[in-house]
Design a protein around this ligand. Structure first.
Ligand SMILES: Nc1ncnc2c1ncn2[C@@H]1O[C@H](COP(=O)(O)OP(=O)(O)OP(=O)(O)O)[C@@H](O)[C@H]1O
Length: 309
């Protein structure tokens, strides 16, 4: 009894230390003999008249024929041997086509990319306009939606390019006619996105960039869900953002206070976005490059986003 206990206590660690060896041994047995037989038997029972890869070339098919299924199929063209690998490109190409039994298509293998809707947002003064202006210079195939606004034009802004500057009455009439995808009252001024403009450019294959504040981005997320790409722009720090706003010299001190306090809250909404891009002081081009890379990656997605406006 004592001996048996001693033996089992000695054997257990020995047995467990041998487990990895046992696994390797079993795996190698399986890979050398059992698995190939299993695979070929399964294929034979599924495709008794065909070789499983559809080869018409006996030399390629023969290893798979070992377990005894035949290639005689009266519908097949006569057997043609594959040209040697040093044959010229055309001969080899044709030979491969003949062996596979169908010609190679030159159609693109990837589906045509669907126009993207890209929402760029971030706190006031972070550089949304600056990033979009630069992006406009360096990328083609994007339509930058011109927002309608009831706010007064700033020096240098052009009607129809920077914004559609409309009166409050005109803006509210657009709302009544359901012409806006989204609109909001921002710091006392209305801002809204005209739908038709987006539809027209998407129909022509353009990607769409929308520039909205955080409140607008939240509304768009509820309308578009994950069918659009949401990018959150941030400054490198809160202090940098405040200095940028001060230096823009477009706000009174009271307006600055509201924007800065709001920005603090808005940064917390970053988690509702798909991407964050830092627009650091003096590094506008890097930020724009990153936005471009995001657009490129989105275009390479296997499952494309499909926004319907
Ligand atoms: N990377 C940067 N480095 C330095 N200055 C910048 C950078 N990006 C933007 N700015 C400047 O910061 C100020 C604010 O930028 P901009 O007006 O583009 O912000 P915004 O997010 O569009 O603001 P708002 O939402 O209030 O319209 C501008 O004077 C702009 O020139």
């Amino acid at each position: 009894m004592e001996g048996a206990l001693l033996a089992s206590s000695l054997h257990l660690p020995l047995f467990s230390s041998m487990l990895p060896l046992r696994r390797i041994f079993t795996a190698s047995l399986a890979s050398r003999s059992v698995l190939p037989r299993l695979v070929s038997n399964t294929l034979v029972s599924c495709f008794p008249h065909r070789n499983p890869l559809g080869f018409r070339n006996k030399s390629l098919a023969s290893p798979l024929m070992a377990s005894g299924f035949s290639t005689d199929d009266s519908r097949r063209p006569p057997f043609a041997p594959l040209p040697p690998p040093d044959a010229d490109e055309v001969e080899l190409f044709r030979g491969l086509e003949a062996t596979l039994g169908s010609s190679f298509s030159s159609d693109p293998l990837s589906p045509p990319p669907h126009p993207l809707v890209i929402v760029i947002s971030g706190p006031s003064g972070v550089g949304k306009d600056a990033v979009i202006k630069k992006l406009r210079e360096v990328r083609e195939g994007i339509h930058f939606v011109v927002t309608a606004t009831s706010r007064a034009k700033r020096p240098g802004e052009v009607d129809g390019k920077d914004y559609y500057f409309v009166s409050k009455e005109e803006f509210l009439s657009m709302v009544d006619k359901h012409e806006l995808l989204e609109y909001a009252l921002v710091y006392g001024d209305y801002k809204g996105i005209p739908k038709q403009q987006i539809r027209d450019f998407m129909a022509k294959g353009y990607d769409i960039v929308l520039r909205v504040d955080i409140q607008g981005a939240a509304t768009l997320r509820s309308i578009l869900g994950s069918s659009a790409v949401f990018i959150f722009l941030v400054a490198e720090s809160e202090a940098a953002l405040v200095k940028r706003l001060i230096n823009r010299k477009t706000e009174t001190s009271e307006m600055l206070l509201v924007r800065v306090a709001t920005a603090r809250e808005e940064v917390k909404r970053m988690k509702d976005f798909d991407y964050v891009v830092v627009n650091a002081g003096g590094q506008l081009e890097e930020a724009v490059k990153l936005v471009g890379s995001i657009i490129d990656s989105e275009k390479a997605r296997v499952r494309q986003r499909r926004a319907v406006i």
